[in-house]
Design a protein around this ligand. Sequence first.
Ligand code: DAH
Length: 355
Amino acid sequence: MAACEPLNHYLRAMEEMLKQINIHSEEISSFAASDADSLEQFRIKFLGVKGLIKAMMGDMKNVPVDRKKEFGQIMNGFKNLAEEKYESEKLRIRQLGAAPRSHLDSSLPGSPMPSGSRHPVTLMRNRIVDIFQRLSFTVAEGPEIEDDWHNFTALNLDENHPARDMQDTFYLSTDPAILLRTHTSNVQIREMQKHQLPIRIICPGRVYRNETISARSHCFFHQVEGLYIDEHVSFADLKQTLYFFVKEMFGEDVKVRFRPSYFPFTEPSAEMDISCLLCKGDGCAVCKRTGWLEILGCGMVHPNVLANCGIDPEKYTGFAFGMGVERPALLKYGITDIRLFSENDVRFLQQFSGV
Ligand code: DAH
């Protein structure tokens, strides 16, 4: 019996080692280093000079000779497991370090996102259009490069009308006469030519005139044209439509007056004034002490204009109006120089974000 003692001792030692290998294999497999330090701890524990694997290798001497080969293979597998884990975790940790760290602190105020703002002229144009859309007017647009007929002739401006003067109009060619439209009234003509009656349109757009640039005038600016054509349209309809517009745009307290005027394309024609928004009619520098501000031109569409577009003036009548966009924008936003609208100075434009 005594002769078996050492053998039993060897077997027990080997069993103990196998148990250890099983336990630690699981630990190694599930290991994930949280940082370089914990990886180093792992290395020291399993692969270090005084580590578990080195110690177990030393214990190999206790393994019975006939089991040494088998046990050596088990040990090698165990060692490989630890080494591979170490290498793969080392790589992972390194990649984590190289990846941009997210310094997310949700308690910090967000960095402001620069948001664009609408141009004040666009804001004013949209306001104007929006009011007429509520009265069932729909938006129509036309070309900025126009022929003489649509810009002048069809609108009852005869050959010698002063508005055709070379000084006012930018001609792109003279024969045939192609020009930069001087007003949005060309859109009236183009829409009437479609012969889809009734017509109830609002036409915003840019127009060009050869004028000296100053604080008050520019060589290009914006207009909104309105046109309503149907049977039995009267001047009363025109007035009521514009009253509604003024109240919506400038407020209930603003007074309105119509002055007789002349436009070749309307008969009768009028200009509409509103009581000065700044002095409320008392008289100030902006209204040139008159208490009134001129806002738009309007009138009943001239029968010649209807006929020029193939619409029977005996059956149909209509009203039209045209207003500038810059002027009310100047008034509304308290701007004193029209040139600011086209200088693209971001400091100026930024003031209209959130308006
Ligand atoms: N076209 C005119 C201008 O540019 C504005 C205008 C006046 C338009 C009377 C109209 C109108 O439609 O009826 O000054």
